[in-house]
Design a binder for this molecule. Structure first.
Ligand SMILES: C[S@@+](CC[C@H](N)C(=O)[O-])C[C@H]1O[C@@H](n2cnc3c(N)ncnc32)[C@H](O)[C@@H]1O
Length: 190
């Protein structure tokens, strides 16, 4: 199977293929979102919008799917690129601290992607605030699981054998390569 093979829009496919050369995790995120047929997706941490565009590309192929994203920064580059690629109808962006945003959030989540501060106390609060909204069968993806600030809160919140959740490392961190991969982990609500 070719990467992003379902994406027929040439501009979007070229963008994704180019980006995944040094951010392989985006092709994994895209595929997982597409396969899960997630309708409610939430992304914490946008920056230049690379993961956002991967998730939006999946949304564009799933009936009724929509991605909500938040970031402390205005993410102007991401906004411009998303509108250039014609993906804005699948996206709602809010510039806000994600812990503040959690106070207003009220929807069951199918697919949550966490990629913000990678700091222990903050990541722990993200898990505590958002995990109650993950529906059965829903998932929380974490980027940068090589970081103590990401891996440890997963363990702290759910323990070695989490009840009602299953943890899996989807992409192992591999720092010894030209473009290091910091790893993707997923918690699935059983
Ligand atoms: C690693 S970048 C995100 C990269 C993006 N997910 C990707 O893969 O292309 C982290 C982003 O998280 C944002 N961030 C950090 N702390 C945050 C917080 N408390 N609330 C919302 N966004 C935050 C930063 O502003 C930054 O843009």
């Amino acid at each position: 199977m070719e990467l992003f093979e379902e994406v027929k829009n040439v501009k979007i496919r070229e963008y994704l293929l180019h980006q995944q050369l040094n951010r392989f995790y985006i092709s994994v995120l895209y595929r997982k979102a597409l396969e899960s047929k997630a309708e409610v997706l939430l992304e914490l941490g946008v920056e230049e919008g690379v993961s956002t565009i991967a998730l939006l590309s999946a949304c564009s192929l799933i009936e009724k799917a929509h991605l909500w994203s938040v970031d402390l920064a205005p993410c102007l580059g991401a906004k411009t690129k998303i509108s250039e690629l014609g993906l804005e109808s699948f996206w709602t962006f809010t510039q806000i601290d994600d812990l503040e945003y959690a106070k207003t959030w009220n929807k069951p989540i199918d697919f949550l992607f966490v990629d913000t501060s990678h700091e222990f106390a903050h990541t722990k609060k993200e898990i505590e605030r958002y995990s109650p909204y993950i529906r059965k069968g829903g998932v929380i993806f974490f980027h940068d699981i090589n970081r103590h600030g990401v891996a440890r809160p997963i363990y702290d919140c759910f323990g070695a054998n989490p009840k009602d959740w299953t943890y899996e490392t989807i992409l192992k961190p591999d720092l010894v390569r030209p473009y290091p991969e910091y790893g993707l982990g997923v918690l699935k609500r059983d």
